[in-house]
Ligand binder design. Structure first.
Ligand code: NAP
Length: 352
């Protein structure tokens, strides 16, 4: 579609997700990262000196020498991606929206705000219709759009194709990668050879965010989906990729073949529009009994696909399976870039 490249900025550019933004945006056909901001610790330094690079793909040379700025509203481009720590995001993101920026955020701070879209473009692209009401209510020329918690993305993408069978209740146990905790994250003595059965706030986020994402837009509000979600979150010694063991109770009684066909057939607006970061199939259902595995499946389709395997009957609920997604790509930076691509394709970026 459009050939013009739009300048974009990144708040929290030096962190784990910020670095993934830099890779997702390097050579992007529509967006060009030109402005990088972080905390006072990094402000004024060259990016290469401020950030401890954690990714196996090398830091792009032009980014290494870019100056890290303060998070000052009004300074960067109109379109801003945010990978800020949630405490910082609480103050900084509304200040940017007030100054006229469109903030596409990863932070939890505004995900459950009734006027803020909690977007997964394959599932609820219509929730972008909340933006005029958000701008009116807050008096902002800009806006905030969020993407979900990294575990919630995996769960919601696996549940969305099954809405047709009547989602009643869900039990989910996560096995989450250490990169999900940012850097330096979990101490090595806590995680090597170990499983930690608690991630602060994670279970509550999965339980509430899923209902909002799958919910129906009614006027200027999202009516949450009635599905009950019970989540148990664990941290495991894996670098990237959140695995989830999911059991679901359904209103109807589809066969396992029907469930697999629904997962495999799932497509959304990004696939219809052919967005640059959209995988051909957002959910890939594999037959091998020992998949998905983080090391083998997290990077599928550039990390934008959710891989599902071991679909089988559940003797307690109705159906169970294992789902996996890349937490800093589909669960964070890649998700936000897809949100911005959707907004551009739908003509929702100002001044484009
Ligand atoms: P991180 O590695 O700790 O990075 C945090 C970033 O925020 C850094 O750039 C840091 O800058 C900046 N920052 C911290 N305090 C600040 C302040 N007071 N003012 C301005 N900038 C400040 O965290 P992360 O894992 O990248 O996560 C970033 C956000 O994405 C969080 O809200 C997190 O919950 C969310 N998220 C993370 C994941 C994941 O898988 N990691 C997935 C989904 C969502 P300095 O380097 O200068 O300190």
């Amino acid at each position: 579609m459009e050939s013009k490249c739009i300048d974009v900025g990144i708040l929290g550019a030096t962190g784990m997700v910020g670095q993934q933004f830099i890779l997702q945006l390097a050579n992007h056909p529509w967006f060009r990262p030109v402005w990088f901001a972080a905390s006072e610790r990094s402000e004024g330094k060259a990016y290469g000196d401020a950030a401890t690079w954690h990714l196996s793909t090398q830091m792009p040379d032009e980014i290494r020498v870019a100056r890290v700025e303060a998070c000052t509203p009004g300074r960067g481009p109109q379109l801003i991606f945010s990978a800020l720590d949630a405490n910082a995001a609480k103050e900084i993101e509304p200040a940017f929206a007030k100054a006229g920026h469109l903030v596409i955020s990863n932070a939890r701070s505004y995900r459950m705000d009734p006027l803020v879209p909690l977007l997964i473009p394959e599932i609820n692209d219509d929730h972008l219709a909340l933006l005029p009401a958000q701008r009116r209510a807050r008096g902002w020329p800009g806006a905030i759009v969020t993407n979900p918690n990294c575990s919630t993305v995996v769960l919601s993408m696996a549940l969305a194709p099954l809405r047709q069978f009547g989602l009643r209740s869900v039990m989910v146990t996560t096995l989450q990668a250490v990169s999900g905790a940012g850097y330096p994250g979990v101490a090595s003595l806590d995680i090597i050879g170990n499983v930690v059965p608690h991630i602060s706030g994670e279970e509550e986020k999965m339980e509430s965010e899923t209902q909002k994402i799958l919910g129906a837009l009614q006027g200027d509000a999202v009516s949450p989906h009635p599905v009950t979600v019970s989540a148990q979150a664990t941290r495991v010694p894996v670098i990237d990729g959140h695995t989830e063991s999911i059991s679901i109770a359904l209103d109807s009684s589809p066969s396992i073949a029907d469930v697999v066909a629904a997962l495999r057939g799932f497509r959304g607006r990004p696939q219809e529009l052919g967005l640059p970061s959209a995988p051909a199939a957002p959910v890939v259902c594999v037959d091998a009994l020992d998949r998905p595995q983080p090391r083998l499946d997290a990077e599928r389709d550039g990390g934008m696909t959710i891989t599902v395997g071991r679909v089988r009957p559940c003797p307690v609920l109705d159906v169970k399976f294992v789902a996996l997604g890349h937490n800093t790509i589909r669960g964070a930076a890649g998700a936000a870039v897809l949100n911005a691509e959707l907004m551009r394709a739908e003509g929702l970026l100002q001044g484009d």
